[in-house]
Design a protein around this ligand. Structure first.
Ligand code: FA5
Length: 356
């Protein structure tokens, strides 16, 4: 019996299909191939549907032949599908692979605020001169902020420091307020020290850093919230020359040996005599510029501690004397770094902060 012609045709179709499958590159082409060689209108499927038209003894031959071709094509299809999947996965891994030659991502580094930097420098300078840091409270009473510092209720000098009062009931002549200066720390420290040995209180050498608050019109040199650094030295035979020597030395250590300083007679209710302490501006060499105004920048007030204040702190003014000073910390930073507007400090603008 001669082999039916259809088997010969199927053999050719199979060879063509396998050859074509070799060149299939992606899923779309694979789908087309499948429709062509295994779809309803494919030669193999047609062979199956033509079985009924064949003479009976040819039917099993054609049926088995078509089945063999179909099984082979399906196996080839499965193999190709897996191959394509593997190569797609390899391709995607390759595209995700780590490029060790790429530069690393820059992690932004934080830094200390210029205010903190100046404060730390001041702690070091005064620490070397024997002063220790004493922290006092920001919410104060009228008594500590004014009365014990020799400002009686209604004293006109209170107008020098327009005050943020706190709405607390039933406090009469002693309302709560945001401290307008660090000077109440003088009383708190003296009272704490003198309580240790009331008949023979120990000497005091402290600096009191911290925020103070004033209801002020802001401008290039004035803020409503700023840091002060208070200083207090109390002991026997302390004189005005000790104050001058300490502040002049501080200025030289902070700004260099050529820093020029001056003391101007002034008035504070809690010191007598009193003086403002100015440093000549480095930006303009004393000619006057946006940083200083008139060639000198007022850094702080100072003076010999008033006898009433010593007494209020528990120190007998007939035996003890002392000097005190209070600096504006931002003013010092402005001079040191040539900053011409105090309002930059709390603006949180990175373009400013990144310069320090
Ligand atoms: C006082 O506050 C006194 N308690 C200083 C003092 C202490 C005198 C001990 C004597 C003995 P005054 O108000 O001048 O003084 O302020 C001190 C310093 O704080 C000023 O010289 C200035 O450097 C700074 N300062 C004052 N007001 C402002 C403000 N609004 N913004 C920024 N800094 C200011």
């Amino acid at each position: 019996m001669t082999e039916p012609k259809v088997l010969e045709e199927l053999e050719q179709v199979k060879n063509a299909a396998l050859a074509e499958l070799e060149n299939v590159k992606d899923e779309t082409e694979l789908l087309t191939w499948r429709n062509t060689y295994l779809g309803k209108t494919s030669a193999v499927m047609k062979a199956f549907s033509s079985l009924g038209t064949l003479v009976p003894d040819q039917r099993p031959l054609v049926g088995q032949g078509a089945n063999r071709v179909k099984t082979m094509l399906e196996a080839a299809l499965t193999e190709k599908t897996n191959l394509l999947k593997e190569s797609a996965m390899a391709h995607s891994l390759a595209s995700q692979s780590l490029d060790v030659t790429l530069p690393g991502r820059v992690i932004p580094r934080g830094r200390l605020h210029p205010d903190t930097q100046i404060l730390r420098e001041l702690y070091r300078i005064f620490g070397d001169m024997g002063f220790q840091v004493y922290h006092s409270r920001e919410v104060e009473s009228d008594e500590y902020n004014f009365q014990l510092l020799n400002f009686p209720v209604g004293h006109p000098a209170r107008d020098m420091q327009d005050t943020y009062f706190i709405d607390a009931p039933n406090r009469g002549d002693n309302p709560l307020l945001m401290r307008t200066h660090t000077s109440p720390g003088q009383i708190r420290a003296m009272r704490e020290f003198s309580a240790l040995n009331p008949s023979d209180p120990p000497p005091v050498r402290i600096i009191v850093p911290g925020m103070v608050y004033r209801y002020e019109q802001t401008d290039q040199r004035h803020e409503t919230q700023f840091d002060q650094l208070e200083g207090l030295a109390v002991g026997e035979r302390i004189r005005f020359s000790d104050l001058k020597g300490t502040l002049t030395e501080m200025a030289r250590r902070l700004f260099g040996p050529n820093a020029r300083t001056r003391f101007r007679a002034s008035y504070f209710p809690f010191t007598e005599p009193s003086a403002e302490f100015d440093i000549q501006c480095f930006q303009c060499d004393g000619k006057g510029c946006g940083v200083c105004g008139g060639g000198w920048l007022e850094i702080g007030g100072s003076g010999m501690v008033h006898p009433n204040v010593l007494r209020n702190g528990g120190y007998d003014p007939t035996r003890y004397s002392g000097f005190a000073f209070g600096f504006g910390v931002q003013r010092i930073a402005m001079l040191k770094y040539g900053i011409n507007d105090i309002r930059y400090f709390w603006d949180n603008d990175l373009r400013f902060l990144e310069q320090f």
